[in-house]
Design a protein around this ligand. Structure first.
Ligand code: ATP
Ligand code: MG
Length: 384
């Protein structure tokens, strides 16, 4: 278990030939607690692997510091950092057996034979590499993708490192195996309690595995928080739309006073569709007034909308363009003026009602407001 502090850590790849220089990671500050499971998530190219490789010592740092338990490790060789990294492509030696693959690193370090065997067997036991079939003498090519992945995990485990780094370790597996291995890694974390940093671009993996999530975009940390914080209070439009399927609905429009209350109206777009309108109750905070002069950007989760015959504040009509039933629940895609956006209802939807206009209820207190220019969450503005 180790505490890790990144302070002002950044990476700029220098220009080479015709390729211009590239800031892959802007100066970042991050504190990772001992024993924490931290997930780095973000779209392809946002700098996740670069950040991880800097921690591992595989990538030169452009600025900033990396401290492990209070000790600066910039300039310390990768193998002296007491960190193990598990890659997406496993990187197993094809000519070595599973046992040899797992024990190789320990042998190089001069760990006594008996100790090596006992560590390998213990890891193999935990990872199901001994039962139902004993796989220790097989070569990697005689294993399934999931089994290979476990060997790669085992190779990291036997080293008993202070910190585990995972770079998209499950992305080569099929969906079912991914779910199983996800649980396996979480169990492993509970059992050995090591500090783990896990990179993925899969937001479901991030939500289900993390103690805390770091959302990155274009080399910049967008938000750090528990899965719940990130989901309920995204720091900006990007985070709201990156986390959650379907993503957070973001509608742009204007707010006007109407009677004793207020009305949001979506900016008009496509022909023949009525723009989304929503009335808010009169008891609104004064803070909303600041949105009267600028474009208002409204955000809400798909499950905040309910299919309900209602009248008054929070009720609206919308055209159901498409419905997807997934067994226990359905996602309806509504089309208003600008775009198609999602609503999740906890039951099966009658597909024959596609193409109809239905009535919905959205509780105004579930609305978030974002700055129209910067996209940042306007924390002080609430519709109740
Ligand atoms: N050696 C390099 N030289 C120049 N640019 C690089 C180099 N390695 C990576 N980059 C660039 O740095 C940025 C971050 O790359 P990185 O591999 O860290 O992204 P990532 O978040 O891991 O993406 P993915 O999800 O696709 O693995 C990308 O724009 C990439 O093109
Ligand atoms: Mg990567």
């Amino acid at each position: 278990m180790a505490r890790l502090i990144l302070d002002g850590l950044s990476k700029t790849y220098p220009p080479s030939g015709k390729t211009p220089g590239k800031v892959a990671v802007h100066p970042a500050r991050l504190e990772i607690q001992a024993g924490e499971f931290l997930v780095l998530v973000g779209p392809s190219g946002c700098g996740k692997t670069t950040l991880l490789r800097m921690i591992a010592g595989l990538e030169e740092v452009s600025s900033g510091s990396i401290q492990i338990d209070g000790r600066e490790v910039r300039g310390v060789e990768p193998h002296e950092r007491d960190i193990a990294m598990v890659f997406q492509n496993y990187a197993l030696y094809p000519h070595m057996s599973v046992f040899e693959n797992m024990s190789f690193g320990l042998k190089l370090r001069g760990v006594p034979k008996e100790e090596v065997r006992s560590r390998v067997e213990s890891a193999a036991q935990t990872l199901g590499l001994l039962q139902p079939d004993n796989l220790l003498e097989r070569k990697p090519k005689q294993l399934s993708g999931g089994q290979r992945q476990r060997v790669a995990l085992g190779r990291a485990m036997v080293r008993q490192p202070k910190i585990f780094l995972f770079d998209e370790p499950l992305s080569n597996l099929d969906a079912k195996m991914r779910v199983e291995m996800r649980a396996e890694i979480c169990r492993l974390h509970r059992k050995i309690g090591a500090t783990m940093i896990y990179v993925t671009h899969d937001q479901v993996e991030a939500m289900t595995m993390a103690d805390r999530i770091v959302v990155m975009n274009q080399g910049q940390i967008q938000q750090v928080g528990t899965p719940q914080e990130i989901y309920q209070k995204p720091a900006n439009v990007f985070v709201g739309q990156f986390i959650g399927t379907p993503p957070m609905n973001i509608l742009r429009g204007s707010i006007q006073q109407k009677g004793r209350g207020w009305e949001f109206q979506e900016t008009t777009g496509a022909e023949g569709m009525s723009p989304f309108r929503l009335n808010f109750p009169a008891g609104l905070q004064k803070s909303l007034e600041s949105l009267l002069v600028q474009e208002a950007v409204l955000g809400f989760r798909p499950e905040a909308v309910h299919l309900e015959e209602c009248a008054g504040d929070g009720c609206f009509d919308a055209f159901v363009d498409l419905a997807e039933n997934s067994g226990a629940e359905s996602t309806l895609y509504l089309r208003t003026s600008q775009q198609r956006w999602g609503v999740r209802i906890p039951r099966i939807w009658d597909k024959s009602r596609e193409g109809q206009t239905c009535r919905f209820y959205l509780n105004p207190s579930d609305l978030l407001f974002f700055d129209s220019k910067t996209g940042k969450l306007l924390e002080k503005i609430q519709a109740r």
